[in-house]
Design a protein around this ligand. Structure first.
Ligand code: NAD
Ligand code: ZN
Length: 231
């Protein structure tokens, strides 16, 4: 079976990474427009660097680990009983740490930087600032987090569309169904004839579009689903 899996911030919540919209409507205390848009970076690069430096430091501080949901998805891919395409909106590296062999990070990766001058992408486990120097071109004040901000084009859209067009099953896990184009993948999958399953803590904006919705914690429900798929 061809399976396309889309994960969102909810799959990393039990690992201790806060989801996007907290109860206060803010992302880690910030309005999204202030830290996750190209305009914000132009206006106040230091604030945007500080925000992502904080997220990166937290991801690396030793308290955050992949949970049973990340590990179960890795198991599903490694068993090779099905062809699995794993697409994540998450910028953390918990799928990789959980053992997933290939992840399409459509919104980029927190542990990478990109040069706005020469476009080179590099591993980045340190803080970034306006004083950072690009290892490829030697430029200064030209590095940014390799993440996709609101208003920017996500990565891998052609690969994702191709995988969805031949999918037998599309599964969305821990995503609110509010951020496009990812929120539209379920409709593309249905149009392509795939069965669609949502696994989420609560009803999402897209729940009505799925053939089936399972409500609960990803850490419980994802291992159960993987077990069903590999029996
Ligand atoms: P979102 O925060 O908008 O939605 C998360 C969804 O997960 C919610 O519907 C919530 O009910 C559900 N959820 C919460 N805890 C859960 C659990 N334990 N098990 C199952 N479901 C759970 O996230 P989104 O839809 O991914 O959109 C957010 C955007 O913010 C993305 O573009 C992403 O790049 C970015 N973001 C990434 C991270 C990360 O990398 N971990 C964290 C926050 C935000
Ligand atoms: Zn450069």
């Amino acid at each position: 079976m061809n399976i396309v899996i889309l994960t969102g911030a909810g799959i990393s919540a039990e690992s201790g990474v806060p989801t996007f919209r907290g109860p206060d409507g803010l992302w880690e205390g910030h309005r999204v427009e202030d830290v996750a848009t190209p305009e914000a970076f132009e206006r106040d690069p230091q604030l945007v660097h500080q925000f992502y430096n904080g997220r990166r430091a937290k991801l690396l501080d030793g308290t955050i680990h992949p949970n049973p949901a990340h590990k179960a998805l890795a198991r599903l891919a490694m068993l090779r009983a099905h062809r699995v395409t794993l697409v994540s909106q998450n910028i953390d590296d918990l799928h990789e740490r959980g053992g997933s062999p290939a992840v399409l990070h459509m919104h980029g990766e927190l542990l990478k930087s990109r040069c706005t001058e020469c476009e080179s992408v590099a591993v980045c486990r340190e803080d970034l600032s306006r004083a950072s120097i690009c290892g490829a071109c030697g430029g200064i004040d030209c590095l940014r987090p390799h993440v996709v901000w609101f208003g920017e084009m996500p990565f891998f859209l052609d690969e994702i569309a191709a995988a969805i067009s031949t999918a037998d099953l599309f599964v969305a896990i821990g995503t609110s169904g509010l951020v496009y184009p990812a929120a539209g993948f379920v409709s593309l999958a249905r149009d392509a004839g795939a069965r669609t399953l949502e696994i989420n803590l609560e009803a999402s904006a897209a729940s009505g579009v799925f053939h089936e919705s399972r409500r609960g914690k990803a850490g419980d429900l994802v291992p159960e689903w993987v077990e069903e798929m590999t029996r």
